[in-house]
Ligand binder design. Structure first.
Ligand code: PXG
Length: 459
């Protein structure tokens, strides 16, 4: 395999531009080629086994190696591999998936527009939100308020709605009509304020921004129930109820980005259910098909769908792969597995509490300044001084050290700056949670040792 691997790495270097990757750095190290997977484990081309603490990219909810999903794709491709949902057509699995999603979503949400990914979903939402207000005779209502350090995808609207300034720097973003308020990140930005007071204060920035811009210009507010890529940021308890109050008071649409939180991650079907909020739009993707085939969607509340369906005329929007039959059939089967195996209930009542209990034990490690999590999602803040919540020098260097130590110890964990993140498949067992936590602790020890050996010295 080594010779074959060297050849693959050289071809990769020549021909493949990777997403979210420093290509020079990658080529120096050589691409890690993942060759197979089963359950919660991955194997790379060297034959190294890794516990996938990230479920791919927060998406392989039912775990790897599900033969039923492969069989469903095969059967659907033999029957009808492709047809579209344009021009008064569609396919049976597309319709059945729409019905299933309406059953699973909160009661007031009964319609879906299909896309190919989470980014497509947020681009779609930007257009639908503005179209909705135009249909209501208020075309001036077009500004969408979003949050700094939010992640809503990588396309033009997705990256603009997102609040990652380092992404905005490439491609002249954000586009006009999108403004950002602060995130509810108490550990990083709350200072000495009580977390609940901090939560209220940052939520009220929404109200200030609406009044500042004038209500007649504001169309919607978008946020992830729990920020994922930004660092598993779980808002204080006071935050979401206040956001809901403000959206209700000013009649602006609420968009709950469920691309990560959806399909069981928090122990509820959707993050909106977990926080008890009532969104008008929910972008979905990832866990919808557990990543077996690419598919996304926009779930739409009845009050918005009624306007779009009755007063919207022809919808001038759609993708070749909107409602793709093979992807829809696989998504439907995936949802069936989640229901049959009671994976959402399992996250709420069994494996979620167990992961949270074991994960919190890492709080006693000298490097860890905060441990937090909900359901099967967790974060560790790596710090120099716990009491002061002070970071190590190097701007994310400790996170990178720890991530590499995890990989060396057979665990995939993601680092956002100096915040370590996990989001394992929903099927992870108790023994595998023990393995995850033990490997994470070993990686923390190795990271601390590296710091003591001078790994940050040049900073
Ligand atoms: N919304 C949210 C909340 C997401 O997390 C998207 C939209 C975009 O989805 P697509 O399918 O277009 O990627 C996402 C995606 C990371 C990472 O490193 C996170 C995502 C994607 C890639 C990497 O944490 N989230």
């Amino acid at each position: 395999m080594t010779e074959q691997l060297t050849q693959l790495q050289s071809l990769d270097e020549k021909h493949h531009i990777h997403p979210f990757t420093d290509q020079g750095d990658l080529n120096d190290r050589g691409t890690r080629v993942i060759t197979r997977a089963e359950g919660v484990y991955l194997w790379d081309a060297h034959g190294h086994k890794l516990l996938d603490g990230m479920a791919g990219l927060w998406c392989v909810n039912v775990g790897y190696g599900r033969k039923e999903l492969a069989q469903t794709a095969y059967d659907q491709m033999m029957e009808l591999p492709y047809y579209n949902s344009f021009f008064q057509c569609t396919t049976p699995p597309t319709i059945k998936l729409a019905e299933k999603l309406a059953e699973l979503a909160p009661e007031h949400i009964n319609n879906v527009f299909f896309t190919g990914s989470g980014s497509d979903s947020n681009d779609t939402i930007l257009r639908l939100v503005r179209h909705y207000w135009a249909c209501r005779g208020e075309p001036m209502k077009s500004v969408i308020i979003s949050r700094k350090n939010g992640y809503h995808g990588s396309t033009v609207a997705g990256a603009s709605l997102g609040g990652m300034t380092w992404m905005h720097e490439q491609g002249n973003l954000p586009i006009p009509g999108i403004v950002h308020i602060d995130q509810p990140y108490w550990f990083g930005e709350g200072g000495d304020e009580d977390p609940n007071e901090f939560g209220l204060r940052v939520a009220r920035q929404l109200e200030e921004k609406i009044l500042d811009l004038s209500v007649d210009r504001v169309a919607a507010f978008i946020a992830e129930p729990i920020q994922g890529a930004g660092g598993v940021i779980i808002p204080p308890e006071t935050y979401w109820p206040e956001i809901q109050r403000i959206c209700d008071k000013y009649g602006i649409l609420l968009i709950s980005d469920e691309v990560i939180c959806g399909f069981g991650r928090t122990g509820k079907w959707f993050g909106a259910d977990y926080f008890g909020v009532k969104p008008d739009f929910m972008p979905i993707a990832k866990g919808l098909s557990s990543g077996y085939l690419p598919i996304g969607g926009v779930m739409i509340s009845d009050r918005v769908a009624d306007v779009l369906k009755n007063d919207g005329g022809e919808l001038a929007h759609g993708y070749t792969y909107s409602g793709h039959p093979a992807a829809a059939a696989v998504a439907l089967k995936n949802l069936q597995i989640i229901q049959d195996e009671k994976l959402v209930e399992r996250v709420e009542q069994d494996i979620g509490p167990y992961l949270q209990k074991r994960w919190r034990e890492l709080g006693d490690h000298p490097l860890v300044g905060e441990v937090r999590g909900v359901g099967l999602i967790g974060a560790l803040e790596l710090v120099k001084d716990k009491a002061k919540r002070e970071r190590h020098p190097g701007n994310g260097k400790v996170g990178t050290l720890c991530r590499d130590a995890c990989t060396a110890n057979g665990l995939v964990m993601r680092a956002t700056g100096d915040t370590m993140l996990v989001s394992p498949p929903l099927v992870i067992t108790h023994e595998q949670v023990d393995e995850l936590v033990e490997k994470a602790r070993k990686a923390l020890d190795d990271t601390l040792q590296a710091i003591e050996d001078g790994a940050l010295a040049e900073d």
